[in-house]
Design a protein around this ligand. Structure first.
Ligand code: 5AD
Ligand code: SF4
Length: 451
C-alpha cells in the first residue's frame, strides 16, 4: 500500500468552492504544501491531506461542506485502519464564520483556518501532529499574510491566464452579505508586491492577469488607484491582457473608466453588480447608490468603450421585496443588456442585518422570480453571443479542447471559444472568425483554415 511507503511523497487534495479569490487562495495553499514536499492529488480518496476551501456566501454553499465531510468520514476511518492517515482541513469563509462549531458537527476535522491565516498551514500541520489535537486558527493576525506567503513559497503557474489578489475584504456592509465578517476589513496590497508577483507570473508564461478583490476598484495600495496600478502592470511586455473583478458601483472612478479607452491591454469586460433595480431595495441593502447612479455609470463606460460587455450579480427575494420592486430589477436588466450575469435567491446569513428582518419573502416567490429573471438574462446572453457571429475576435488560447486538434481560448468579452488549431497556438492571441454559438461557448475558425 502506498499509505505506508516510507519514501512516497505525501499527497494533498485542495478543493475550492465559491469565488475566484478562493481559487487564488487554494493555489497558494498548494504552493505552500509543495514547499513542504507534498504533491498535488486529483482526488480526495488517495490524499494524505484534504483541504476544503469553503464559501459562506449563501446557505447552500455553506451546507455543501458538511455533506462533503460526511462522505470523507468512511474513507478516513478505512485509511486509519490500514495504518495510513488522512488529515482533513476546513479552510476559507465557512471556517472563519463557524470556527470551533465545525469540530462539534464533524469530528473527523483536524484543521480549521480562515482566509487570513492560511499562510500558517505548514505550522498548523506540525502543531496538529505534535499535539494530536485539532487546530483552529480564525484570528485576523496583524502580520501581512502576503509577505508571509512570498517568504514561504514562490508563486508558480503553468497557466496562460492567472488570478492575482490585489485587494481583500470589504467595508461596505451590504445588509445581506457575510463578506465583511469572513474576509475582514478592506486591505490593499502595495503596488511593488503586486508588480513583482505579476512579473514572476509573466516569466512563467502567464499572458492574462485577472486582478482580484472583493471591492477591487476601491484598491488604494500606497495611495495608488486601480487605474494607476493597471497602467504599471501593462508595462510588463508579455502580459497582453488585464482584467479586474469584482467592482462596486460606488468606486467606479473617472480614471478607471478612462483607462478602458486608452489602455489596449485592459479588456472590454466589466463585472459591476447592481443586485436590484429598485431604489427602495437598494437602500435597504445599504448599497449606497440608486438605480439611476448605476445606469449613468454604464452609460459613461459605454461612451468610453462602446463594445464593453457588462456583467452583474442579482439577488431576488431580498426581505420586503414586492412585485413592483422585482419589476424594477427586470427593467434595469432590460435597460443595461447584460453579456453575462449571476443571479441568486436571497439567502439569510447569520449575523447580517437583513437576516433579522421579519418580512422575509417566501421560498416559492423567490424561486418564481429567479426563474423569470434568469430567463431574461439568459436571453440577453444568447443575444450577446449571437451578435459575435461573423465577427473576427482576438482569442487568447488557454488550453487543449476535448477533441483532438481542438483548442479552447477566451474572447476579449470572456466568452469561451473553441477552434481547430495546432497545439503551438497555446498562449497566443489568435484572430478567429466566429462561426456559431453554442449554449456556453462560441466556435471560431482560423481564417487561414478555410480551404
Ligand atoms: N444571498 C444571496 N446572494 C448573496 N450574495 C451575497 N450575499 C448573498 C446572500 N445573502 C450574492 C451577491 C454578490 C454575490 C457574490 O453573491 O449578488 O454580489
Ligand atoms: Fe458583500 Fe456588499 Fe462588500 Fe460586495 S460590497 S462583498 S456584496 S458587503
Amino acid at each position: 500500500m502506498d499509505d505506508n511507503h516510507p519514501t512516497a511523497p505525501k499527497k494533498a487534495f485542495v478543493k475550492s468552492y465559491g469565488c475566484q479569490m478562493n481559487v487564488y487562495d487554494a493555489t497558494r495553499m498548494e504552493e505552500l504544501l509543495a514547499a513542504e514536499g507534498y504533491v498535488t492529488s486529483e482526488t480526495a480518496e488517495d490524499a494524505d491531506l484534504v483541504i476544503f476551501n469553503t464559501c459562506h456566501i449563501r446557505e447552500k454553499a455553506a451546507e455543501k461542506i458538511y455533506s462533503e465531510l460526511g462522505k470523507l468520514r468512511v474513507l478516513k476511518t478505512e485509511k486509519q485502519m490500514r495504518g495510513g492517515e488522512m488529515k482533513i482541513a476546513v479552510a476559507g469563509c465557512v471556517a472563519q464564520a463557524e470556527g470551533a462549531q465545525i469540530l462539534k458537527r464533524e469530528k473527523i476535522v483536524d484543521l480549521v483556518f480562515g482566509p487570513q491565516t492560511y499562510h500558517r498551514l505548514p505550522d498548523m500541520l506540525k502543531e496538529n501532529r505534535r499535539t494530536g489535537r485539532p487546530v483552529i486558527e480564525t484570528e485576523f493576525p496583524a502580520e501581512d499574510k502576503f509577505d508571509a506567503l512570498i517568504a514561504k513559497a514562490p508563486r508558480k503557474s503553468t497557466q496562460v491566464a492567472a488570478f492575482l489578489t490585489i485587494q481583500e475584504g470589504c467595508d461596505k456592509f451590504c445588509s445581506f452579505c457575510v463578506v465583511p465578517y469572513t474576509r475582514g476589513a478592506e486591505f490593499s496590497r502595495i503596488p511593488r508586491q503586486i508588480i513583482d508577483e505579476a512579473q514572476k507570473l509573466a516569466d512563467q508564461g502567464v499572458v492574462e492577469l485577472t486582478l482580484l478583490g472583493q471591492n477591487v476598484n476601491a484598491y488604494r495600495g500606497d495611495n495608488s488607484s486601480l487605474a494607476a496600478l493597471v497602467a504599471e502592470l501593462s508595462k510588463i511586455e508579455s502580459i497582453k491582457r488585464l482584467r479586474y473583478t469584482t467592482s462596486h458601483p460606488r468606486d467606479m472612478s473617472d480614471d478607471l473608466i478612462e483607462a478602458h479607452a486608452t489602455n489596449g491591454k485592459l479588456m472590454p469586460y466589466l463585472h459591476l453588480p447592481v443586485q436590484s433595480g429598485s431604489d427602495a431595495i437598494l437602500k435597504a441593502m445599504n448599497r449606497g447608490h440608486d438605480a439611476e447612479h448605476y445606469l449613468r455609470l454604464i452609460e459613461r463606460v459605454r461612451a468610453t468603450r462602446p463594445d464593453m460587455a457588462i456583467s452583474g450579480d442579482f439577488i431576488v427575494g431580498f426581505p420586503g421585496e414586492t412585485e413592483a420592486d422585482f419589476d424594477a430589477t427586470l427593467a434595469i436588466v432590460r435597460e443595461v443588456g447584460y453579456a453575462s450575469a449571476y443571479s441568486f435567491k436571497y439567502s439569510e446569513r447569520p449575523g447580517t442585518p437583513a437576516a433579522e428582518r421579519d418580512d422575509q419573502v417566501p421560498e416559492e416567490v423567490k424561486s418564481e422570480r429567479l426563474y423569470r429573471l434568469q430567463a431574461l438574462l439568459n436571453q440577453q446572453l444568447q443575444n450577446f453571443n449571437a451578435a459575435c457571429v461573423d465577427q473576427t475576435l482576438p482569442v487568447l488560447i488557454e488550453k487543449q479542447g476535448r477533441n483532438a486538434g481542438q483548442m479552447i481560448g477566451r474572447s476579449p468579452y470572456l466568452q469561451s471559444v473553441h477552434a481547430d488549431l495546432p497545439e503551438t497556438s497555446l498562449g497566443k492571441i489568435v484572430l478567429l472568425k466566429i462561426t456559431k454559438t453554442m449554449t456556453n461557448s462560441l466556435t471560431g475558425e482560423y481564417p487561414g483554415d478555410s480551404a
